[in-house]
Design a protein around this ligand. Structure first.
Ligand code: MTE
Ligand code: MO
Length: 323
């Protein structure tokens, strides 16, 4: 049996095999198939391709090459790579199509409401927000749950600043982030499989950690629509899907929020989603990753390499149970 390297599977293969698969098995299975394509164009789709071609569905049909022992230092990915390889399901599940489909997305006017269990709720106009909070550059690794990664020079300001200003009450335990609902502009939102709008959440102490960044720019330029303009999160120690794009609402809440991905596939995507090489996704290993722009694979690091900054948040917690 020919071994298929996951990195050789192009989104086009995935797409067309998925169409075939869907036709073959009928509408009932649509949900799970859409979902498979969603979060695993890297590895699992190799398996899907095989299933679609009606060979066996064994999981060991493809093998990931061993990670390099001494990977090169982290260097930022090119502007080109960062802005043309995007996950943004509101527009498309095809990463290379997102930039084009999002190019006319209206990011102005834009307001962001910060409220819920707070003493001092605020509604911000995005332009005021950018002026009021000093913008800093942060170069972060981004590790997608699908098994690829990038290094991205963001601009933004710590989420903690926004949260302190609204004065969370003692009851506030979590922060819930909501992305825009605009099905007229976002064709993916007409896919009823997902519960739109995109939502994410953090524990309040995670949200207050200095690494958690509200992002407004990239490579010294305003954030392009495909990367989540005008305002998105960057939570670099968690899988990329925690970093919600196009945020319009931030609520302090008492109960753990249910994210779009938790609602779609609770046994695959938990609330915490900390990068953890030891905890495999139910359908693929998370022990290594493909850095976009590199040939080989890298070892995936606990908390995506930000252990010194965030490990204390999880003292005494079973990271495999709280995935
Ligand atoms: N609203 C919204 N936010 C989102 C997503 C999405 O589909 N919709 N995809 C997530 C995923 S899976 C990843 S890996 C990152 C990708 O960010 P990038 O395209 O800027 O690299 O955005 C995250 N934020
Ligand atoms: Mo992702």
């Amino acid at each position: 049996m020919v071994k298929i390297r996951s990195s050789e599977i192009t989104p086009e293969h995935v797409y067309f095999s998925r169409r075939k698969f869907m036709k073959g098995i009928g509408a009932l299975a649509l949900g799970s198939v859409v979902m498979s394509a969603c979060s695993n164009q890297e590895a699992v789709t190799a398996k899907e391709t095989v299933i679609a071609g009606s060979t066996t569905g064994s999981t060991s049909l493809f093998e990931e090459p061993a990670p390099e022992a001494n990977p090169p230092a982290d260097t930022p990915n090119s502007y080109e790579a960062i802005t043309t390889y995007n996950n943004y399901y509101e527009f498309s599940v095809m990463k290379q199509q997102v930039a084009d489909m999002a190019k006319d997305f209206k990011t102005s006017p834009w307001t962001v409401q910060v409220g819920g269990l707070v003493n001092n709720p605020k509604t911000h106009d995005i332009d005021d927000l950018v002026k009021r909070f000093p913008q800093e550059e942060r170069i972060y690794r981004l590790r997608c749950v699908e098994g690829w990664s990038m290094v991205i020079p963001w601009q933004g300001f710590p989420l903690a600043q926004l949260l302190k200003e609204v004065e969370p009450t003692a009851k506030a335990k979590y922060v819930r982030f909501e992305s825009i609902l605009a099905p007229d502009q976002m064709p993916g939102q007409n896919d009823a499989y997902f519960k739109w709008p995109y939502a994410e959440g953090l524990r309040l102490d995670e949200a207050m950690n200095d690494l958690a960044l509200m992002v407004t720019g990239l490579y010294g330029k305003p954030l392009p629509p495909q990367n989540g303009a005008p305002l998105r999160l960057a939570v670099p120690w968690k899988y990329g899907f925690k970093s919600a794009k196009a945020i319009v609402k931030i609520d302090l809440v008492e109960e753990q929020p249910t994210s779009l991905w938790m609602a779609a596939a609770p046994d695959e995507y938990g609330f915490y989603a900390n990068v953890n090489p030891e905890k495999a996704h139910p359908r693929w290993s998370q022990s290594s990753e493909r850095r976009i722009g590199e040939g080989g694979r890298r070892k995936t690091l606990l908390f995506n390499g930000y252990e010194a900054e965030v490990a204390h948040l999880y003292t005494g917690m079973d990271l495999n149970a709280n995935y």
